[in-house]
Write a protein that binds this ligand. Structure first.
Ligand code: CO
Ligand code: CO
Ligand code: CO
Length: 319
């Protein structure tokens, strides 16, 4: 256990497993700070750079914040790769951060055996408008804004087992900013949100359920995922270590109805890179919110379930 940090201006700390720390500077401005980095998930260095940036920026969006500046973090195997590769990665990061109106103002590179790239992002949010994991309300509807299956499909990609078409599809999904979804959820006064990354849909849903002291009912048929991911699960051999660990960790927290088989269950445990937002929002505004998401290009967004009072089963996935 790490020692607890208490400071009256620390508005969101690690206790609620939130996406970023939030620190109040004045009555109107709080800092939102986060860092993330990981090895390549696609072969193209430019798109790897974009995906990394979209993923890091996402933690600020998930708090209802607006990214302001970012710093690069690079581990680079200079004996194995040409510096042109590094230039392409950084260019991808810069372009994606620019799309978010968030200049990259510096960074640091070390020599490393394995390539790694990440961003530390600083954002701002009004202290009264922070969207944490801890305020989901019974009766809320749950919205997921991107389809699942990236962990399985990027694992298959590394083994050379996916088509060019799938590579393009997952690349554009992972490189998509959560900016529009985040701005809309702030407008519609969402109660809680997180972005779906390494712990998968169910792991991050658990973080919200736990922090908010509620339970969730999810509808398997409405959860968006790429059908190719389910095909790869059925073929066998493409389940990433992180997804298998998620399943183990969540064993006593998640139940499924009998008509959801093990293959399909695995999609919901699958570790994502730069996944969508999971948003808990009042049932009174959810339809209008969903329509706005679709109109503004968040095409995969779907209502996937609802929040209930705390029950014995924290999360139940039904069909
Ligand atoms: Co996050
Ligand atoms: Co993160
Ligand atoms: Co959050």
């Amino acid at each position: 256990m790490l020692p607890p940090i208490s400071d009256p201006n620390l508005l969101v700390n690690i206790e609620t497993a939130d996406d970023a720390g939030v620190f109040k500077l004045t009555d109107d401005i709080a800092l939102v700070q986060t860092v993330d980095f990981f090895p390549p998930v696609v072969d193209d260095p430019y798109y790897y750079g974009q995906i990394v940036a979209a993923n890091s920026l996402s933690d600020v969006y998930a708090m209802g914040g607006k990214p302001v500046t970012a710093l690069n973090i690079v581990g680079f195997p200079k004996n194995k790769l040409s510096l042109d590769v590094l230039a392409e990665i950084l260019r991808g990061g810069i372009d994606k951060a620019q799309e978010a109106d968030c200049p990259i103002v510096g960074g640091h590179t070390i020599v490393d055996d394995e390539l790694k790239f990440g961003l530390s992002v600083t954002g701002v949010v009004h202290p009264d408008r922070i969207i944490t994991n801890a305020n989901a309300q019974p009766g809320d509807k749950l919205i997921l804004t991107k389809p699942l299956g990236m962990g399985i499909l990027t694992t298959a990609l590394k083994m050379g087992k996916v088509s060019e078409e799938i590579i393009n599809k997952i690349t554009s999904i992972m490189a998509e900013l959560n900016k529009t979804a985040a701005e809309l959820m702030v407008t519609f006064n969402a109660h809680a949100a997180t972005d779906i990354t390494g712990f998968g849909l169910l792991g991050h849903a658990h973080e919200i359920a736990h922090a908010s002291n509620v339970s969730m009912l999810l509808n398997a048929d409405s959860i968006p995922y790429l059908p190719e991911a389910l095909e790869k699960i059925k073929e066998g051999g493409y389940i990433p270590g992180g997804s298998a660990e998620n399943k183990k960790f969540l064993q006593d927290k998640v139940t499924f109805t009998d008509n959801i088989d093990e293959h399909e269950q695995m999609i919901f445990f699958d570790a994502q890179t730069s996944g969508g937002l999971l948003i808990s929002i009042s049932p009174e505004v959810v339809e209008e919110f969903l329509q706005s998401l679709h109109e503004k290009g968040v095409e995969h967004a779907a209502i996937i379930g609802e929040v209930t009072k705390s029950m014995k089963e924290e999360i139940r996935v039904e069909r």
